[in-house]
Design a protein around this ligand. Sequence first.
Ligand code: EPZ
Length: 417
Amino acid sequence: MSKLLIEGNRKLNGIVSIQGSKNSVLPILAASVLCSGKCILHNCPNLLDVDFSIKILEYLGAIVIKDGNDLLIDTSTIEKYDIPDYLMKEMRSSIIFLGAILSRLKRAKLFFPGGCELGPRPIDFHLNAFRQMGAIINEEGCALNCYANKRLNGTQIDLPLPSVGATENIMIVATLANGITIINNAAREPEICDLARFLNACGAKIFGAGESLLAIEGVKKLYGTEHSIIPDRIVASTFMSSAAITGGEILLKNVVPEHLHSVISVFEEMGCEIDSLGKEMNFKSPKRLKSIKKVVTKPYPGFPTDTQAILLAVSSIAQGESTFIESIFKNRFGYTNELLKFGANIDLIGKSAVVNGTPKLFGANVKAFDLRGAASLIIAALGAFGNSEIQGLKHLDRGYENIEEKLSNLGAIIKRV
Ligand code: EPZ
């Protein structure tokens, strides 16, 4: 089992280029199942979750050629409609393939994605929407047997919550459905817009991506296209946090500042100076960070739940008390037990975490249990006095491409053993 060794308390300075977005490339890989032509993706990050998605595509019969951060996908030879349990277990977000497989093969057999460290991960919004469009979905134990004997029909879908995955799955199915599909209370994340841009370039007719009301007019066929994945706003937030906690100054390249508004305003409240120009952002940390009065995680454009763990680690050395309220997932403070080992002062009260900033953190040996929790522990270790060891890197590698190399280039003493 590999682990990261970090010698903390070193100011980070320099330039870092941000990888393509994991949460954009995953639904786009699923959507490629519907394309009758070849697709070429650029700025595709090298991640475990991308590798798992490629394994699923190849299992279904597609041909995928990876060259660095470029991917060529030919799905013309797809003939299978099931995703075996061992592949579903690798990546819970593989439910995003359901709509594409069902729409293309008229059948789909998947397994319920297991719950994960963030709590139960229900898919009722996805299944209810497909049933409304005419699909037959039989839940047999933990298997999902789905049928679309004829072309699915467009309809109005009212989402109880602006679910990212459900919005994506419905959007994908609706592109080839009969008639118009309306999604009310759709998720507005930048990754939804990137998926819509990809699908429209393939010949789909999607209107309103990024708004709460989406309209998709079904077409007969989707073609291939060439597409560049947007930068990963959560990874950008992670590198901003690495500079903030070490009192450093870094230049981020290949970022989209408007995707980071809610995160930027929190860092500015802490006293950080952020200047953006085009796809570059200069980030300067103050001598001592100020606390964050209150942060509530919300659907986009609110403060993203995926940056909650990362910013909470930064707040652990800020001056004063910071409060974080997690409103998206039921159990997304699990990582704080490990943060306490660095000397952080955190009280969990229901959906809130109250952090009393301490002047110093001290190196610790910790273990990650989820992706963004892993990033949070790295941030704490970078700011801590002394040496730290971090285990559980398989979670980290799902979402971060070569993070230790990029942090080393910024002056961190970090290595994987
Ligand atoms: C996506 O997960 C992201 N994953 C998550 O990022 C992110 O945290 C989440 O959106 C929220 O922004 C990918 O894009 C691959 P949801 P998703 O459906 O789609 C409830 C990371 O760290 N819900 O928006 O699974 C659900 O329980 C990952 O990169 C239902 O009740 O999230 C949750 O409380 C972690 N029924 C809320 O909605 C459903 O059918 C939001 O979930 C679906 C969701």
